[in-house]
Write a protein that binds this ligand. Structure first.
Ligand code: SF4
Ligand code: SF4
Ligand code: FES
Length: 236
């Protein structure tokens, strides 16, 4: 049986619109349309093919279809339509420049990610097969390695909105701790030097929006707390 869905979607095409506006859209769904991303694909196919958004995996893995859904950041592909009040209000992630419609410019976000050196740094000669960890050492990475860099947390963080040029934000800081917590990494000192700064790390005021919005159930605020503790420990 056909279902009808009502949405209000943020639209802005800088090539033709003088300013953004909200577009009312009604779409007929098929039985197979279960998730918000299905509805957006249906809109593009049957209602308005000019609607612009990013998506790729449709499995909550690539992080590209993050958007603000009824006031909360999340992934369209893992958001069940049954859980959403109508009209569903969709906006781009808050605080980032809009490229078009639901697509934001992630340049600054990925520059910040790049700045934390998101890779293993170890200058000792690698063993023949692999650098091993104990189960306990591997356990330390749980809740960190799963981050898909969707930016839902950073763009929900008031400190990030106000200082996005200088504060790294919860996503980059969680990623930073992912390497600080890795028993195989030898760059701890330099990584901590890079974070010991009134803005890069210490703009986090533990408001916790990041943890409540993460679609993967991660807790960047906890990772930030761990970094702060590492800095305190090395100073005594
Ligand atoms: S806990 Fe820190 S990083 Fe998370 S939302 Fe609050 S200020 Fe931002
Ligand atoms: S911590 Fe969660 S919300 Fe933040 S970028 Fe990673 S997956 Fe997305
Ligand atoms: S399309 Fe990849 S996370 Fe949603």
């Amino acid at each position: 049986m056909a279902r009808t869905l009502k949405l209000q979607i943020y639209r802005y095409d800088p090539d033709k619109d003088s300013k953004p506006y909200m577009q009312d859209i009604t779409v007929e769904l098929q039985d197979t349309d279960k998730m918000l991303l299905d509805a957006l694909q249906r809109i593009k196919a049957n209602v308005d093919d000019s609607l612009s958004l990013r998506r790729s995996c449709r499995e909550g893995v690539c992080g590209s279809d993050a958007m603000n859904i009824n006031g909360k950041n999340g992934l369209a592909c893992t958001t069940n339509l049954n859980e959403l009040k109508q009209p569903i209000v969709l906006k781009p992630l808050p605080g980032l420049p809009v490229v078009r419609d639901l697509i934001v410019d992630m340049t600054q976000f990925f520059k910040q990610y790049d700045s934390i050196k998101p890779f293993l740094i170890n200058d000792t000669i690698p063993p023949e097969k692999e650098r091993l960890q104990t189960p306990e050492q591997r356990e330390e990475l749980n809740g960190l390695y799963e981050c898909i860099l969707c930016a839902c947390c950073s763009t929900a963080c008031p400190s990030y909105w106000w200082n996005s040029e200088r504060y790294l934000g919860p996503a980059a800081l969680l990623q930073s701790y992912r390497w600080l917590a890795d028993s195989r990494d030898e760059n701890t000192g330099e990584r901590l030097d890079n974070l010991e700064d009134p803005f890069r790390l210490y703009r986090c005021h533990t408001i916790m929006n990041c943890a409540s919005t993460c679609p993967k159930g991660l807790n960047p605020a906890r990772a930030i707390g761990e970094i702060k503790q590492m800095l305190v420990k090395r100073s005594v």
